[in-house]
Design a protein around this ligand. Structure first.
Ligand code: PDD
Length: 285
């Protein structure tokens, strides 16, 4: 039986109970974080912890034990016997339980904090062969920098892409490619790497940040500028990235084949460099 964390306790999953008046359930008034465990250590846990705390602060959700994020994540791994496995840890905090009204509960209530760990291996087929992604107008709000669980604007386009046989959907805002429903996107043109700058239009991905860092320290030019959707036919390579999938080549974007339709040399090099960084265990080395 899986062991989950709920409001200060580690309990069997089937004993976890959440009120129907929880604001996460009623409003999506809630934030989350996803980390990855590599059979002995988390990769770049400090960056995930910092982003989780930032999401709490930006949404004014007060969790007095926010400093325990790292420790609870580790405990979830060990309570579930995942110490030597590859796994993901999901962590969520909602504004808590209160009768439905838009205003914050007054007096404030404790947040609902939930976490689980799950065995998860990499989709090696996608990493080796590449995937197709669907491009569509970005229907999301203008605080995409917050990792909120209010994800219906990600889910509806993702499902449309999924139904068409694509592995991810990427969004276009004001003519420029922003990011995927659950990934960031990079393009390669003339040996340079392009990705949307960090601002309210994208989530500041931890994988994105580490790719930029390994690229720069290995002599690959990185330009943090958004790519116009109508420039996609001129791109040599594209890739999507996130914590659970690492780097996945994007070999087709909607009807456009990228490069020769197979993973390109810069993408493959970045995959190797990221793997080395992950195996070293320390992105700050
Ligand atoms: N999603 N952009 C969005 C909208 C995301 O949801 C994610 C991650 C990323 C990549 O961030 P990172 O490299 O820190 O994982 C970018 C997670 C994996 C999810 O929702 O499951």
């Amino acid at each position: 039986m899986d062991v989950v964390y709920l409001n200060g306790q580690f309990i069997p999953w089937d004993q976890a109970r959440i009120s129907p008046d929880d604001r996460g359930f009623l409003f999506g008034d809630s934030i989350y974080e996803v980390t990855r465990w590599y059979g002995g250590y988390f990769f770049d846990l400090p960056s995930h912890a910092a982003r989780f705390r930032r999401s709490l602060h930006e949404t004014r959700i007060i969790w007095e034990e926010e400093s325990r994020f790292e420790e609870i994540s580790e405990e979830l791994i060990h309570h579930n016997g995942l110490g030597t496995e590859c796994a993901m840890v999901y962590f969520q905090a909602t504004r808590g339980v209160a009768p439905r009204t838009h205003a914050f509960p007054d007096p404030p209530v404790k947040p609902t904090v939930y976490g689980f760990a799950r065995r998860q291996s990499l989709n090696t087929l996608a990493s080796e062969r590449g995937v197709g992604i669907w491009l569509t107008p970005d229907p999301r709000w203008n605080r995409c920098d917050i990792k909120t669980t209010a994800l219906i604007a990600n889910i509806l386009p993702y499902q449309e892409a999924h139904d068409k046989g694509f592995a991810e959907v990427c969004f276009v805002r004001n003519g420029f490619v922003t990011e995927g429903a659950h990934s960031n996107i990079f393009f390669v043109r003339d040996e340079s790497l392009y990705t949307h700058p960090e601002n309210n239009d994208i989530l500041a991905g931890i994988t994105r940040k580490n790719i930029i860092s390994i690229a720069r320290s290995n002599g690959i030019n990185v330009i943090e500028e958004a790519v116009a959707a109508d420039m996609i036919p001129y791109m040599n390579e594209a890739l999507i990235c996130n914590t659970t999938g690492e780097i996945v080549p994007a070999t087709r974007i909607s009807d456009q084949v990228i490069g020769d339709g197979t993973p390109g040399p810069v993408t493959k090099r970045l995959q190797i460099l990221l793997r080395e960084l992950i195996q070293s265990g320390d992105p700050h080395r």
